[in-house]
Ligand binder design. Structure first.
Ligand SMILES: Cc1cc2nc3c(=O)[nH]c(=O)nc-3n(C[C@H](O)[C@H](O)[C@H](O)COP(=O)(O)OP(=O)(O)OC[C@H]3O[C@@H](n4cnc5c(N)ncnc54)[C@H](O)[C@@H]3O)c2cc1C
Length: 504
């Protein structure tokens, strides 16, 4: 983008921030949080400010879609409302970027211009009731007849269900024998067009994020071939590129959210007097605040890393390690910060009309959607374990200098010498190991942020926090109780029955 475009975007972001504050000023958080209709009306008002322009390239009437600007938009929004930020995130990574990158002209231009000029919204439907984590086995089918694809299936949990005009739909095409092919295809659906209306069968009572409608959808659509997304190689790689790019925008949503919790918590702890002292003077309280502040710094480092790596024209399909670490760690830190914030606020933290009162439920699904964190960490553990074997490293510590990210943090990352695998590790070992390797990667991102001029005391404190997490995970890795869980646990497991037997 040219300098002029950059300044326009900067001015837009500033005025959007103040317009948003004006819009939110008179609304009680509780009203927005507990009343879905009011929250969704508010979204319509905000969409009229045309914030999606920031996310859209200049040739489609946007302000450029520069990654750093888009990440900032997400943070501006999440400082005020996590649901609003997720709405922007959905639109950006799950609709605008795939249409921009894989859409055919003129559908690409017409769609993006409509979103930029008219505030129309978009979303993505991958998940099916039987296929969530196991999405590649999805059953939604696409069958070509002439210039039209007939798409049939059931999708659920698509963010902005019944509300978005544009939907990126994933499905599997039928071969000549009417079998589903292995590869995944993506289509752009415009619900305002004949044959493309998506039937909402049920709206879900989602427990948080009330601004965003979710539900179950029946697809029985006729989509023109011109709306098929064109992959550069396979459809699965196209979907991976989409998912990894999306995971790499999570720090934008996480940053404003954690920043808000930090500011509110400092403010509250300074003002709240217990006995003769303020909360903030107590070292236990400072410890919790330090964890929130470290999360803020770590997520800032991830924003910095992603703003330099996730350009729309780069192929992210192979960057699973970086994308998984970025998404899983930033969303874990969102939830941990929400938990710490609620604890500090005491009873006040359990009220819906406080930002913090909704924070736990609003941030919880971030650990589930776009790849369950349980699975993402396990994948990262597996990835590094395999590379250790390939490079014949005896232990993880020996391996550090062999990895393009880890070699820069050999002296900063406190990695015990005895993380090594003699046998093939179990899934749970790979999970804990995956957390360790993700933290080590992020220590590198912190160092880079520090070198770019970010406050060194915050960098040091966040690095210490990650090293503490590495120690926790190392202990978990070494103390796995693989025989501890019993499915059929009822016999002799009701204390009062046993007590009454003894009494007789
Ligand atoms: C608020 C919210 C927003 C969403 N937004 C969208 C959206 O916009 N578009 C969309 O398409 N979908 C969306 N989803 C759906 C989401 O992506 C799925 O819920 C998610 O992929 C998990 O699938 P599932 O619910 O079927 O759970 P399951 O696949 O049944 O998994 C449940 C849990 O089992 C465990 N698990 C599963 N597989 C493994 C494994 N191999 N190893 C170890 N543990 C495992 C994990 O802990 C996982 O969290 C959203 C969901 C929520 C809650």
């Amino acid at each position: 983008m040219n300098r002029m475009g950059n300044m326009l975007c900067e001015d837009f972001l500033k005025s959007f921030e103040s317009d948003l504050d004006t819009l939110l000023k008179d609304r009680k958080h509780e009203e927005i949080a507990s009343d879905r209709a009011k929250a969704q009306n508010l979204l319509t008002e905000i969409a009229q400010l045309k914030p999606l322009k920031v996310l859209i390239p200049e040739d489609c009437n946007g302000l450029g879609g520069e990654i750093a600007d888009c990440i900032r938009l997400l943070s501006v929004a999440s400082y005020r409302s996590l649901a609003l930020s997720l709405t922007f995130g959905i639109n950006w990574a799950l609709c605008i970027q795939p249409v921009q990158k894989f859409g055919q002209s003129p559908v690409r231009e017409n769609t993006l211009k409509d979103m930029a000029d008219n505030g129309e919204l978009g979303g993505l439907m991958i998940t099916e009731p039987g296929y969530g984590t196991d999405a590649l086995n999805m059953k939604t089918s696409a069958q070509r007849r002439g210039d039209v694809f007939s798409i049939k299936g059931t999708k659920h949990w698509g963010g902005l269900t019944g509300r978005a005009k544009y939907w990126v739909l994933t499905c599997r095409e039928m071969d000549e024998k009417n079998n589903l092919t292995k590869d995944v295809s993506m289509f752009l659906c415009d619900v305002s067009q004949p044959g493309q209306n998506i039937k909402v069968e049920e709206l879900y009572q989602n427990a948080g994020l009330h601004m965003i409608p979710y539900g179950i959808n029946q697809l029985d659509l006729k989509i023109p071939v011109s709306h098929r997304m064109l992959p550069e190689s396979t459809g699965i790689r196209m979907m991976l590129d989409l998912l990894h790019r999306s995971r790499m925008q999570f720090p934008g949503m996480a940053l404003g959210f954690v920043h808000r919790i930090l500011d509110d918590a400092i403010d509250y702890c300074e003002g709240r007097i217990i006995g003769k002292s303020s909360l903030i003077s107590m070292d236990q309280v400072q410890q919790r605040l330090n964890e929130i502040q470290s999360s803020y710094t770590i997520i800032s480092a991830l924003c910095h890393f992603c703003s330099r790596t996730s350009y729309v024209d780069s192929d992210l399909s192979t960057m699973s390690f970086e994308a998984n670490a970025t998404k899983a760690v930033s969303t874990d830190l969102m939830q941990a910060s929400a938990q710490a914030g609620v604890q500090l606020f005491g009873g006040k933290g359990y009220k819906l009309d406080e930002f913090i009162g909704r924070a736990i439920m609003d941030s919880r699904p971030f650990q589930i959607f776009e790849g369950s964190n349980d699975v993402l960490f396990t994948q990262n553990g597996t990835f590094i374990y395999k590379d250790m074997r390939r490079k014949k490293a005896e232990s993880f510590k020996d391996y550090l200098p062999e990895n393009k990210y880890f070699k820069h943090v050999v002296s900063q990352a406190c990695v015990p010498a005895d993380i090594l695998f003699t046998d093939r590790p179990s899934q749970v070992e790979l999970y804990h190991f995956g957390k360790i390797v993700s933290y080590v990667f992020i220590i590198g991102a912190l160092q880079e942020l520090g070198q770019s001029g970010f406050r060194s005391d915050l960098i040091a404190s966040a690095t210490a926090y990650l090293n503490k997490l590495i120690q926790y995970e190392t202990i978990s890795l070494k103390n796995i109780d693989s025989k501890g869980f019993v499915v059929d646990y009822q016999t002799n497991a009701t204390w009062h029955q046993i007590a009454s037997t003894l009494a007789v």
